[in-house]
Design a protein around this ligand. Structure first.
Ligand code: FAD
Length: 426
C-alpha cells in the first residue's frame, strides 16, 4: 500500500495516530515544528490512555523506560481544601480496566511515543513547519518549510492535524469557534519538592482548592525522582490582582494556602516558572474533506481533570480505523462515528469541568453523604473512562451531578445516611 498520510505534530495525538496507521500499512510522514525532547505541559495521565498506548504498540516501551525517566506510578486523585480532604483510588472505579497510570515529564514521554512511532516506520521530520494546507483539490497540497528554510510541498491522501495549541487547520481553514469557558490562565513550574509529610501520597495527583476562591486551584504532580510539577489555575481577573514576575505571583498565591505552602515549605524551584493562558478552544467541525483534527487541535476544555492526553489519544484511536476504511473505498459517517463519538466523552468531561468551576463538584466530593457506588462512578471519569456508556453517570452527567449537588447541599437532610442511586435518578 503506498498511500501517504501526513500528520501535523508529533505530540501524543500525532504519535499515536502514526503508530496506528503504520500498523495498517500506510506511509506516514509527521511534520513536527520542534526538536524533541521539548517542554510540554500536561503531566498527569489517566488509566484510560494506557489501553490506547497498548493498542498503538507503545505500552511496553513506556513501561521499560518508566523508571529511567522518573515516571511516577499513579493510582488516583486527591482533593484538598483547607481541612477538607478526599481521595479516589482508580482501583475502585465502576468501569473495568486498568486502575493505574503514570505522572510523566512530557518532554520525555512525548519523545518516547514519537520514537516508538518512528521505530514502527513513521518518518518524522523535526524542525519542519506547516505553512499552508490546500484541501480544495482532489488531494491535499501541503506546503512545508524545512529546517534549512526552503519550502516544499507534499500531496498526501489525507491530513491529520495533531498540532495541539498550534491549531494549524482550525486557523488555516477558519474552523475556530470560541470556547464557552471563560479565559483562564495557569502559572506553573517544577520543584524539588522535599516533601517530608509521611501522609502525603505521591501516587496521586493532589488538587488543592484555594481556601476562599472555589474556582482557583493548584495541581501538585509528583515524579519519582523527588521533583514535582506545581501549578495554579485561575481566571485572568484573579491573576490581575498580583504584581511581579511569574515566579513572584506563583509564590504569592501559594502563600495563601497554608496547607500547600507548609507541604512545600522546603521545596526549591528547579525550572523556569511559565504561564499559559486562553487555552480552552473549540472548532466548528472535527473533520472535513481530506482532513481530521486530533487532540488539542480540535477541542480543549480545561486542565482540571487531566483529560487532555487521554482525549488526544482517544481521538487517534477513533479516527484511524475510520480513515483506514475510507481509504479502502468505504463511505464513512464521520459525523456519527468520529465527531459525535469523540464529543460524547468530551461532553462528560465538560459537565465535570463546569461542576468544578461552579463549586458543585467540590460540594459532592467533600460531602459525607456520598455512597461508595456513586463514588465509583465518579472515579471512573477521574480515571478517564468517559466513553463507558454502562456508567450511568456518563449518560447524563450534567443532570446527575446537579441532582447530587442539591442533595449534598440540602442542610435539611441532616443524616449522614449515604446517598443511593435512587437519589440520583428521579
Ligand atoms: C495548564 C495545563 C495543564 C494541563 N495538564 C494536563 C494534565 O495533567 N494531563 C493531561 O492529560 N493533559 C493536560 N493538559 C492538556 C495537554 O497539555 C494537552 O491536551 C495535550 O498535550 C494534547 O496533545 P496533542 O498531541 O493534541 O498536542 P501537543 O502535545 O501540544 O502536540 C502538538 C505538537 O504539534 C507541534 N506543532 C505545532 N504547530 C506546528 C506546525 N505549524 N508545524 C508542525 N508542528 C507543529 C508542536 O510542536 C507539538 O509538538 C494541560 C493543559 C494545560 C493548558
Amino acid at each position: 500500500m503506498n498511500q501517504t498520510i501526513l500528520v501535523i505534530g508529533a505530540g501524543p495525538a500525532g504519535a499515536t495516530a502514526s503508530a496506528l496507521l503504520r500498523q495498517r500499512g500506510y506511509r506516514v510522514i509527521v511534520i513536527e515544528k520542534q526538536h524533541f525532547p521539548r517542554f510540554s505541559i500536561g503531566e498527569s495521565l489517566l488509566p484510560q490512555c494506557m489501553e490506547i498506548l497498548e493498542e498503538a504498540g507503545m505500552l511496553e516501551t513506556v513501561k521499560a523506560n518508566a523508571d529511567r525517566l522518573s515516571f511516577q506510578f499513579k493510582n488516583g486523585a486527591a482533593f484538598k481544601q483547607g481541612e477538607r480532604y478526599t481521595d479516589f483510588n482508580f482501583g475502585e472505579k465502576f468501569t473495568p480496566g486498568l486502575g493505574w497510570t503514570w505522572q510523566v515529564r512530557r518532554g520525555d514521554f512525548d519523545k518516547l511515543l514519537a520514537d516508538s512511532a518512528a521505530a514502527q516506520g513513521t518518518e518524522i521530520r523535526y524542525g519542519h513547519e506547516i505553512l499552508t494546507v490546500d484541501i480544495s483539490g482532489d488531494t491535499p497540497v501541503v506546503t512545508i518549510r524545512g529546517e534549512d528554510g526552503t519550502s516544499y510541498t507534499e500531496t498526501p491522501s489525507f491530513v491529520l492535524d495533531a498540532s495541539g495549541f498550534g491549531r494549524i487547520l482550525p486557523r488555516l481553514l477558519n474552523l475556530e469557534v470560541p470556547s464557552n469557558f471563560p479565559v483562564r490562565r495557569a502559572i506553573f513550574t517544577h520543584v524539588m519538592d522535599h516533601i517530608s509529610d509521611p501522609v502525603f501520597d505521591r501516587e496521586k495527583i493532589r488538587v488543592t482548592v484555594h481556601p476562599e476562591e472555589n474556582h482557583v486551584w493548584w495541581w501538585l504532580i509528583p515524579f519519582s525522582d523527588g521533583r514535582a510539577s506545581v501549578g495554579v489555575v485561575a481566571c485572568e481577573e484573579f491573576f490581575a490582582k498580583y504584581q511581579g514576575t511569574s515566579e513572584e505571583r506563583w509564590r504569592a498565591i501559594l502563600a495563601e494556602d497554608e496547607g500547600l505552602s507548609t507541604l512545600l515549605a522546603q521545596s526549591t524551584v528547579c525550572q523556569e516558572v511559565r504561564e499559559l493562558g486562553g487555552y480552552s478552544a473549540d472548532v466548528k467541525s472535527l473533520y472535513g474533506r481530506h482532513f481530521a483534527l486530533l487532540g488539542n487541535a480540535g477541542e480543549f476544555l480545561d486542565p482540571v481533570f487531566s483529560s487532555g492526553v487521554t482525549i488526544a489519544m482517544k481521538s487517534a484511536s477513533l479516527c484511524v480505523p475510520l480513515l483506514d476504511r475510507q481509504l479502502q473505498g468505504e463511505t464513512i459517517d464521520w459525523e456519527n462515528d468520529y465527531e459525535k463519538t469523540l464529543r460524547r466523552g468530551i461532553t462528560v468531561f465538560r459537565a465535570y469541568v463546569e461542576a468544578w468551576y461552579d463549586g458543585s463538584f467540590q460540594d459532592i466530593i467533600f460531602s459525607p453523604k456520598q455512597s461508595p457506588e456513586i463514588k465509583a462512578m465518579i472515579c471512573s471519569l477521574l480515571a478517564g473512562y468517559a466513553w463507558d456508556e454502562k456508567n450511568p453517570f456518563n449518560r447524563d452527567a450534567k443532570r446527575r451531578l446537579s441532582t447530587i449537588t442539591e442533595i449534598c447541599r440540602d442542610t435539611s437532610i441532616e443524616t449522614d445516611a449515604l446517598l443511593t442511586m435512587e437519589g440520583t435518578t428521579p
